[in-house]
Design a protein around this ligand. Structure first.
Ligand code: IPM
Ligand code: MG
Length: 359
């Protein structure tokens, strides 16, 4: 049966990198017996320009119908002055919460060829392979009440950091299951020395750990986790944390690998349906210039093929193709070191398609 993939290019470099994903998927449809149908819809700033809203009803409906979703990026300076509820980011946050994509998997893998691109010493990061499991539909990002109001004549901003036990438990399970498939160690990150919500988080993780006796569970405060990520990142295998801590730590983990332009992510619901995105944002400074690195998006396509579409062999093939373009010395600007010649977005897409065809 033909599976439906919805592409949401979004803003900035989003359309350029998603175009390479579409080319790769079209190649697989034509040459690798992959039975997919692609369609496209608007989200973020692009949707605001066309419809006035960051997440039009038609886009949400198409996302609900699709078997998997691939998103480029949202946001840009032209929409920064809009009120919070109308910003492009609301398109992304709305998709996550409407589709209940609570489990965000963010791998940070250092390809050996790129060890020099990291700002850390090669020996600290070589062989790095971390997976951050970030809770994505709760915590302070969505907690009520929230707002800016006048209190006794003083303007006051407030948000609510809240997690219920079932919310913690379901993302905890994903993390333990993931750890079982990897190195069987899990580090749960919290701020249980200060924040009650994370005292509960820690309790639930400890309770779950009894069901996964093979997994070694440790706990770390978020400030220490940030420090340890840059001090000795290879001590980590799977990390699990809440929405905001996960946002921050995953950027940090991403940079260990030398380029945020390399990192894919998956956001999954309880049935494994998912939305896939490169971890990098819309990079408005290089948008429309054929400079963006499409590899994070192509690696997101590989995750999508594997996790939501059941297409393991094409996923492996795409990951091997990315590895081989790196081994052959192909680089976009973000991962090139001095003296290396630099490919544009389109040419990097060409290189990956050639590597797919060569297998
Ligand atoms: C991310 C991004 C988003 C987030 C923004 C764009 C809303 O930073 O996916 O990490 O904060 O979750
Ligand atoms: Mg982020």
């Amino acid at each position: 049966m033909t599976q439906e993939v919805l592409l949401l290019p979004g803003d900035g470099i989003g359309p350029e990198v998603t175009a390479q994903a579409a080319r790769v998927l079209d190649w697989m449809i034509d040459n690798a017996g992959v039975d997919l149908h692609l369609s496209e819809a608007l989200v973020g700033g692009a949707a605001i320009e066309a419809t006035g809203e960051p997440l039009p009803e038609g886009t949400l409906e198409a996302a609900r119908q699709a078997d998997a979703i691939l998103l480029g990026a949202v946001g840009g300076p032209q929409w920064d002055a809009l009120p919070m509820a109308q910003r492009p980011e609301k398109g992304l946050l709305g998709l996550r919460s409407e589709l209940d994509l609570f489990a965000n998997l963010r791998p940070a893998i250092l390809y050996p060829e790129l060890a020099e691109a990291s700002s850390l010493k090669a020996e600290v990061v070589s062989g790095l392979d971390i997976l951050i499991v970030r809770e994505l539909t709760g915590g302070i990002y969505f907690g009520q009440p929230r707002g800016i109001e006048e209190r006794d004549g003083v303007r006051t901003g407030f948000n609510t950091y809240v997690y219920s036990e079932p919310e913690i438990e379901r993302v905890g399970r994903v993390a333990f299951e993931t750890a079982m498939k990897r190195g069987k160690t899990l580090c749960s990150v919290d701020k249980a020395n200060v924040l009650e919500v994370t005292v509960l988080w820690r309790e639930v993780m400890n309770r779950l750990s009894a069901e996964y006796p093979e997994v070694e569970l440790t706990h770390m405060y978020v400030d220490n986790a940030a420090m340890q990520l840059v001090r000795n990142p290879k001590q980590f295998d799977v990390m699990v944390t809440g929405n905001m801590f996960g946002d921050i730590l995953s950027d940090c983990a991403a940079m260990l690998t030398g380029s945020i332009g390399m990192l894919p992510s998956a956001s999954l619901d309880v049935n494994g349906k998912g939305m896939y995105e490169p971890v990098h944002g819309s990079a408005p400074d290089i948008a429309g210039q054929d400079k963006a690195n499409p590899l994070a998006t192509l690696l997101s396509v590989a995750m999508m093929l594997r996790h939501s579409l059941g297409l393991t062999a094409p996923a492996d093939r795409l990951e091997r193709a990315v590895q081989s373009v790196l081994a052959d010395g192909h680089r976009t600007g973000d991962i090139a070191t001095a003296g290396e010649s630099v490919l544009g977005t389109q040419a990097m897409g060409d290189a990956v398609i050639a590597a797919l065809a060569a297998q």
